[in-house]
Design a protein around this ligand. Structure first.
Ligand code: CO
Length: 209
C-alpha cells in the first residue's frame, strides 16, 4: 500500500469510530466552530497542537509556520489572528515553540538555504537583541534551547504590538497571550510568559485604544 493510501484508510477508520462512539460528533461540528484558543505553532511534524493538548476537533484554531513566528507583514498570520480574535473571539492565544527547532537552529548557522533565510532573519534579530546572554552560554545546544525560549517571548511581544490585540484588550479585556515551549524529549509544554490587557507595553507601541 502506498504511504498516502494509508492516511485515507486510517481516516475512514477514525471517522467510523467517532461516529460509533457519538453519532452527533460530526453533525455537531458541521454546525460551526467556537474554539476558545488560537494556537500559533511551528510547522514541525512532531508538535501537533490537538494531540499534545488532548483536545478534540473544534477546540483550537491553528496557525503554523516555520519557527512559530509573528511577522507583521505576514498577511496569512494577521488574517488568522484578526478572524480568531475579532470574529471567533478566542480568549487565549498561545505562541508555542519547541526545543530542537530546526528553524531556530538554521538561524544560528552560516549556511544559505534559500528563501527560508529571509523568514529566519527574524530569529537572527532575536539573537542580536540577546547576544550578550547567548554568546555567554557554554554549549551550542543550550544556546539553541535558550534562543527557542527568547524567540517565543519575542513573538508574544510581537502579538501585543498589533492593533488587533490592543483593540481587543481595550474592548473586552481579552485575549490572554501565552508563550509556551514544548519539550521534544518529554512531551511536556512549559509555560514561559503571559501577557494580558494589564501588561504595560513600551508606549512607542501603544495605539491608545
Ligand atoms: Co520548529
Amino acid at each position: 500500500m502506498k504511504s498516502y493510501e494509508q492516511l485515507l484508510l486510517a481516516n475512514k477508520a477514525w471517522a467510523k469510530e467517532k461516529t460509533e462512539t457519538n453519532p452527533d460528533f460530526f453533525p455537531n461540528l458541521a454546525k460551526g466552530q467556537s474554539p476558545r484558543f488560537l494556537w500559533i505553532g511551528c510547522s514541525d511534524s512532531r508538535v501537533p497542537a490537538d494531540m499534545i493538548t488532548g483536545t478534540e476537533p473544534g477546540e483550537i484554531f491553528v496557525h503554523r509556520n516555520v519557527a512559530n513566528m509573528v511577522v507583521h507583514t505576514d498577511l496569512n498570520l494577521l488574517s488568522v489572528l484578526q478572524y480568531a480574535v475579532e470574529v471567533l473571539k478566542v480568549n487565549h492565544v498561545m505562541v508555542v515553540g519547541h526545543y530542537g527547532c530546526g528553524g531556530v537552529r538554521a538561524s544560528m548557522q552560516k549556511s544559505h538555504l534559500g528563501l527560508i533565510d529571509k523568514w529566519l532573519l527574524n530569529i537572527r534579530e532575536v539573537y542580536r537583541m540577546n547576544r550578550a546572554e547567548l554568546d555567554g552560554m557554554e554549549s551550542e545546544d543550550s544556546r539553541a534551547d535558550r534562543l527557542v525560549e527568547l524567540n517565543v517571548k519575542e513573538q508574544v511581544f510581537n502579538l501585543a504590538k498589533t492593533s488587533i490585540i490592543q483593540k481587543a484588550w481595550a474592548e473586552r479585556q481579552a485575549p490572554l497571550i501565552h508563550g509556551w515551549v514544548y519539550g521534544m524529549e518529554d512531551g511536556v509544554l512549559k509555560d514561559l510568559v503571559r501577557f494580558d490587557h494589564t501588561t504595560e507595553l513600551d508606549p512607542v507601541f501603544s495605539y491608545g485604544f
